[in-house]
Ligand binder design. Structure first.
Ligand SMILES: Cc1ncc(COP(=O)(O)O)c(C=O)c1O
Length: 383
C-alpha cells in the first residue's frame, strides 16, 4: 500500500507494464516487438484515460510544428474533433460506411499529393491518420479486416502515422476479433490507444498507449510535466484483476461484457424498429454501445431535437453534430447518438417513444411551414 500511495514512475508500475506488454503480444502479435531496440520498437505507457493520452499526443504534435494536417474518419469521437484538434490540426475528412473507413475515400483525400511529398516538410501532405476502427463512437461501425489492410498499405505508401483510437476493441462481437492496425504494423507507424474504461470502469481513469518507442517516450516526458502518472490505486486494482483472471479469466470477463452490451443494443434496435420506422435511419452495429440515428426533414438541428426530447420526456440522447470536424457539412439532417449500455428496456422505450413524438411533431411543423411559404410565394406571383 505504501508503494501505491507514493509518487510512482511516469511510465506506469513495472508489474502492470509487464502484464500489459504480454497481453498486447498475445492479442495483437505486433511485428514491432521483433525490431532491434530503436525508435520503432514497441513500447507501452500508462495514461489516466485514453482521452488524456489522445489530447497529450495532439498537443505534442502542435508543439512540434504549427499544426499537422490530420485525416479523420467522420463522424469522429467528439473530443478529437473538438476545438483543440479542430483548430490546430488541419482536419481532412474521410467517409465511413457500414464496413468502416472507406479506403477509396482516403485515396481521394490524398490524391492532391504524391507519396514523394511525404519527404518534403513544406508539402502540406497529411501526416496523421486518426482512426477509431472498432465499434466506433458515435457511428457504431467496425472497419473490416480487408479494409484495415488496404488502409495500412495506403498509410505505408504516403508515410502516415496511424493513431489507432480503439477503446471498444474488446467489445467487438466478431470472433475472432478483427486484427488491429497494431497487428499489421511492420513499419512502426501505429500508435495504439487502449482503455479499461469500457471493459472495467471509466472512473479508474486507466488506459495505455502502445507504439513506437520514440513517440511513447515523448508522451512520457509530457506526462512528467502534467499528470505525473496514473493513480497508483487504479493501477494496482487493474494489475490485481488481470493477475487473478489470467488470460482465460480475462477473456471470460470480456465475453460477459460483450453479452451485456449485445442484449442492451438489441433491445435498443428493437425499440427503434417499433417507434422510429419511417421517421429516422439508424446503424445496426455488430458490437459496442452506440446506435447512431439520422433524422431528415425536421428543419431542426441535432441539439434542438435533443432539447425538445429532454423538455417533453425528461430523457436525453447525445446530439452528434459535434462529432463532425469543422468543414464537414450536415445539411437538413439531425444526428443523434444513443448510448445503449446505460439504459434498461424501460428507459430505452421511453427514449425511442419520446423521440418518435418529437420527430413527428417537428416534421409536421416543418412541412406546414414549407407549404405556407410556397402558398405565400404563389400568391405573390399572382399579384
Ligand atoms: C473513441 C474514443 N476514444 C477515447 C475515449 C476516451 O476513453 P477514456 O475513458 O479511456 O478516456 C472514448 C470515450 O468514450 C472514445 O469513445
Amino acid at each position: 500500500m505504501g508503494v501505491v500511495l507514493q509518487y510512482g514512475k511516469t511510465k506506469g508500475q513495472d508489474n502492470l507494464l509487464e502484464l500489459l506488454y504480454k497481453m498486447q503480444c498475445e492479442e495483437h502479435r505486433p511485428p514491432t516487438v521483433a525490431l532491434e531496440a530503436g525508435p520503432s520498437k514497441m513500447s507501452i505507457l500508462m495514461s489516466p484515460g485514453a482521452q488524456m493520452a489522445l489530447a497529450s499526443f495532439a498537443l505534442m504534435c502542435v508543439n512540434a510544428t504549427d499544426g499537422i494536417p490530420t485525416i479523420f474518419s467522420i463522424p469522429t469521437f467528439a473530443t478529437m474533433s473538438a476545438p483543440l484538434v479542430d483548430r490546430v490540426h488541419r482536419g481532412l475528412c474521410v467517409d465511413v460506411d457500414g464496413e468502416g473507413t472507406i479506403p477509396e475515400s482516403l485515396r481521394n483525400v490524398l490524391s492532391k499529393w504524391t507519396p514523394d511529398d511525404a519527404k518534403n516538410p513544406k508539402s502540406g501532405i497529411p501526416r496523421i491518420l486518426w482512426l477509431n476502427p472498432s465499434c466506433s463512437n458515435p457511428a457504431g461501425v467496425t472497419t473490416s479486416a480487408q479494409r484495415r489492410k488496404e488502409i495500412y498499405s495506403i498509410a505505408h505508401e504516403y508515410n502516415l502515422l496511424i493513431v489507432e483510437d480503439d477503446p471498444y476493441y474488446y467489445l467487438q462481437e466478431n470472433q475472432p476479433r478483427i486484427p488491429s492496425y497494431l497487428s499489421l504494423d511492420v513499419d512502426g507507424r501505429v500508435l495504439r490507444f487502449d482503455s479499461f474504461s469500457k471493459i472495467v470502469g471509466p472512473g479508474l481513469r486507466c488506459a495505455f498507449v502502445t507504439g513506437p518507442e520514440a513517440i511513447v517516450k515523448k508522451m512520457e516526458y509530457a506526462y512528467m510535466q502534467s499528470s505525473q502518472h496514473v493513480c497508483g490505486l487504479s493501477q494496482i486494482i487493474i494489475y490485481k484483476l488481470l493477475k487473478k483472471w489470467g488470460s482465460t479469466g480475462f477473456e471470460a470477463h470480456i465475453q460477459r461484457v460483450v453479452a451485456f452490451n449485445r442484449e442492451r443494443r438489441h433491445c435498443a434496435l428493437a425499440m427503434a424498429d417499433k417507434w422510429l420506422k419511417g421517421l429516422a435511419e439508424w446503424s445496426v452495429p455488430t458490437g459496442g454501445m452506440y446506435v447512431y440515428l439520422k433524422v431528415y426533414g425536421t428543419g431542426l438541428k441535432s441539439e434542438e431535437l435533443n432539447e425538445r426530447l429532454m423538455e417533453a420526456h425528461k430523457v436525453a440522447v447525445v446530439p452528434a453534430s459535434g462529432f463532425y470536424p469543422r468543414g464537414a457539412k450536415l445539411t437538413d439532417v439531425a444526428v443523434l447518438r444513443i448510448s445503449t449500455s446505460m439504459a434498461d428496456a424501460e428507459v430505452m422505450e421511453k427514449v425511442m417513444k419520446g423521440l418518435s413524438q418529437v420527430i413527428q411533431e417537428a416534421k409536421t411543423a416543418y412541412s406546414k411551414q414549407k407549404t405556407d411559404r410556397a402558398d405565400i410565394v404563389s400568391s405573390e406571383n399572382c399579384m
